[in-house]
Design a protein around this ligand. Structure first.
Ligand code: CO8
Length: 264
């Protein structure tokens, strides 16, 4: 990537098929400015071109910080139109994140505030460490969580909880985030990435096309009524019926061995 503050790594050997995007801007607590946004966009382009990737981990290289949100210093220097442009780009970047065909898993250690939490909300799965601090403090800055927060949070935790979290801007500790359903797992501090990797590995063993179709079926289905949703499921299922991998799965079961999927 062209950006200093975002690193994309392809894992190797047994973990080939897993990628990791890591935020690395320690001096600003991984705040998202134009450079990081650019890096995220390049990362998405690279991932969309690479069909060998089956799962993505989203993490931070900075200890005790996932992401402190939008870059508040950079924003202060922006004109209203620059600010509009930035938020539009941020919103569409997180949308593209959500629409990646492959599962995305955020590993959150420490701070995940504002745009930082909104980025994690656009992932499929979230893991946090016990000392994680999550929140949407935007209303305290006289704005609202404008990069998907007001839409993704209520879908995840329910309307009333989301309202309370957004209206008060309160900071939520890891264990509480887990009991609210805001994260899938809360693990001892320092182990979020390991847990994310464990999940990525499990995904990476499955039929690659099946995983993509399952994600698509869930995400498209949730937006429409049940009848249409079941048609979406059928359409996604249909794409798997004629695959080599489906036959390989049945053969592996019969031969009592692990399947070797190729994505065909
Ligand atoms: N932007 C820019 N710089 C930051 C940010 C940030 N969001 N957060 C921290 N920094 C910088 C600090 O300014 C400081 O820099 P310096 O050393 O030059 O003074 C450095 O990082 C270290 O910060 P602290 O000394 O404060 O470190 P602590 O460990 O004590 O605290 C915190 C870390 C808790 C992250 C604290 O810095 C903090 O509260 N930061 C602000 C968090 C926040 O309010 N985030 C929400 C931002 S709003 C948002 O994301 C909206 C997105 C959607 C709308 C977009 C509209 C355009």
């Amino acid at each position: 990537s062209s950006s200093q503050s975002v690193k994309l790594t392809k894992l190797s050997n047994l973990d080939s098929g897993i990628c990791e995007v890591s935020l690395d801007r320690p001096e600003a607590r991984n705040a998202i400015g134009k450079d990081m946004l650019c890096g995220l966009q390049h990362t998405l382009e690279a991932l969309n071109k690479d069909s060998s990737v089956n799962a993505l981990m989203v993490s931070s290289s900075v200890p005790k910080v996932f992401c402190a949100g939008a870059d508040l210093k950079e924003k202060r220097r922006m004109s209203p139109s620059e600010m509009q442009e930035f938020i539009t780009a941020l919103r569409s970047t997180f949308f593209d994140f959500e629409r990646l065909q492959i599962p995305t898993i955020a590993a959150i250690e420490g701070i995940a505030l504002g745009g930082g939490l909104e980025m994690a909300l656009s992932c499929d799965i979230r893991i946090c460490g016990e000392d994680a601090v999550l929140g949407l403090p935007e209303t305290g800055l006289a704005i609202l969580p404008g990069a998907g927060g007001t839409q993704r949070l209520p879908r995840l935790v329910g309307i009333s909880i989301a309202k309370e979290i957004i209206f008060t801007g309160r900071k939520i500790k890891g264990i509480d985030a887990n009991s609210l359903g805001l994260v899938n797992f809360c693990v001892p501090s320092g182990q979020a990435r390991a847990k994310a990797l464990e999940i990525a590995r499990s995904i990476n063993e499955k039929g690659p096309l099946a995983i993509r179709m399952a994600k698509q079926a869930i995400d498209r289905g949730i937006e429409v009524n049940m009848e249409e949703a079941l048609a979406v499921e059928e359409e996604c299922f249909e794409k798997l019926v004629h695959t080599k991998d489906r036959l390989e799965g049945l053969a592996a079961f019969a031969e009592k061995r692990k399947p070797r999927y190729t994505g065909e």
